[in-house]
Write a protein that binds this ligand. Structure first.
Ligand code: AMP
Length: 203
């Protein structure tokens, strides 16, 4: 969903999951540390994540010409301490989009997900199979099955989500847009776009 929105609205996409996967692929210290947590379906510790994001948002591509921060956060904050860190840095979100999907549907979506490591284009073995078996429709790169998109890891990620990310729904009640994510992708995309526009966060 984030990928579709950034293309449409020209937003900078900051996915902490993508940043961590790049660090794992590059074999950096951060990648080595994060890999164990990620493969278990657990959250990476807050201090590591806060440092990663704080450094990333300093970069010029996260600001408008007048210096105003502008980006779409995907997968951050996931805990109350991460939300507090955003506040401390003067980066409290203008809008928080909660895509509500029942757990069993999430398991079905993620078990079959196949992602392009090159361009990020998502596919699904059942709902959006690639035209050429195993290859990205957009750039032809071989698709990957994320190691944490197995049923066991997905269920542990859902447990982490409910226990650690769930409290953010109340924390952000004043800026929360609750969207039914259990609809076809185009319908969800339309709802999110309308919400972003009606809250004035995109033109
Ligand atoms: P995602 O690509 O957003 O599904 O994230 C994949 C994995 O990266 C998660 O299951 C966590 O292990 C880790 N991760 C990503 N973002 C965060 C975050 N904000 N806090 C802690 N762990 C994170």
């Amino acid at each position: 969903m984030a990928k579709a929105l950034i293309d449409r609205f020209g937003l900078q996409h900051l996915s902490t999951g993508d940043m961590l996967r790049a660090a794992v692929a590059a074999g950096t210290e951060l990648g080595k540390l994060a890999q164990g947590f990620m493969s278990q379906g657990a959250l990476v510790p807050d201090d590591v994540m806060v440092k990663l994001l704080s450094e990333r948002v300093q970069q010029a591509d996260c600001r408008l010409a007048d210096g105003t921060p502008r980006f779409l956060l995907d997968g951050f904050p996931r805990t109350l301490p991460q939300a507090a860190a955003l506040d401390r840095e003067g980066l409290s979100p203008d809008l928080v989009v909660f895509l509500d999907v029942p757990d069993e549907i999430i398991v079905r979506r993620l078990v079959g997900r196949r992602t392009c490591p090159q361009c990020g284009n998502p596919h699904h073995v059942e709902f959006a199979p690639p035209v050429q078996d195993g290859l990205c429709d957009r750039c032809g790169t071989r698709l990957v099955h994320r190691p944490d998109d197995t049923e066991g890891a997905i269920r542990r990620r859902l447990d982490a989500f409910h226990a650690q990310t769930g409290p953010l729904v109340e924390r952000y009640a004043h800026v929360l847009a609750h969207i039914d994510g259990n609809q076809p992708p185009e319908t969800v995309q339309k709802s999110v776009s309308t919400t972003l526009r009606s809250h004035g966060v995109v033109g």
